[in-house]
Design a binder for this molecule. Sequence first.
Ligand code: DAH
Length: 341
Amino acid sequence: MGHPRVDAMLREAREAVAAARSSADLEQVRVRFLGRQGVLTQLLRSLGALAPEERPAAGAAANEAKRELEALLEGRLTAALEVERRARRAHERFDLTLPGRRPPRGALHPLTHVHDEIVAIFAGLGFSVVEGSEVETDYHNFEALNIPRDHPARDMQDTFYLSESTLLRTHTSPVQIRAMKAQRPPVRIIVPGKVYRRDVADMSHSPMFHQVEGLAVDRHITMGDLKGTLELFAREMFGPGSRIRFRPSFFPFTEPSAEVDVLCFVCRGGGCRLCKQGGWLEILGSGMVHPQVLKNVGYDPEEVTGWAFGMGIERIAMLKYGIDDLRLFFENDVRFLRQFA
Ligand code: DAH
């Protein structure tokens, strides 16, 4: 059975537990009796001073008292915490009418906007999108396109060569060759993608930029089809009042070749800063696919004809949005990009 000092202490401890009103009170009781300097802890420590015959009974009683007190505190603490938690809940109010915190939202890059727009216009005309590889062979990038060995475009100054026969494509035109080799006419494709040139970046140059190639090959395809298609493109891209004009030009892979201008949509031809007083804005190169190019892919130029064009996505975007420095597209300054959200 008990031990007088232990019994007295235990009675005192039970009263203190019963009087406790909160988890904080209970913690105080625990420290008072079971803490390092607690009454019961000290009592246990003082057992050594007892006479040897008294020690076992006193020790057993003190340990029993400690277990009882611990269990009692534990039970009351659980109950007190639950009561306190409910009280807190009852006072909490969720204001469901408060506005939420908006997650930060990105926006499409202006080049993505223009790319998507170009693709949508030609998809609507029945063109399929084809993508080529940015690493090309010299053959597809130059040779098959009728660009001879000594052509300045093949110069080390313009082309990133990876080896003697492989390079980073300098235009999307090699995909014309790959697409025609892969299928029989009719062909109606557009080819968006990155192209590379050994240029130092400035307002109008970048070692990497984007082009879209267009190609249509079938029986009886004429330059009139090219004109009609590009007129429609210009009206969709730059507005219903848009006009275009063809200027004779030269590309090794087309004959005849033409550069295409759109009537300046700022001054309507009167002359302004955007068109450098000329009244027209150059938007692309084009022409009738050269018979030699058709032969190179195994097509019979007596049987089918075709037209092709190539335009720079950056150039179209700069004209459309009035952007005067090509580098802005690649710096990714959010203050610039946000304007196209
Ligand atoms: N490949 C030419 C360039 O990068 C653009 C071009 C001109 C593409 C005429 C064509 C074309 O398909 O017919 O400058």
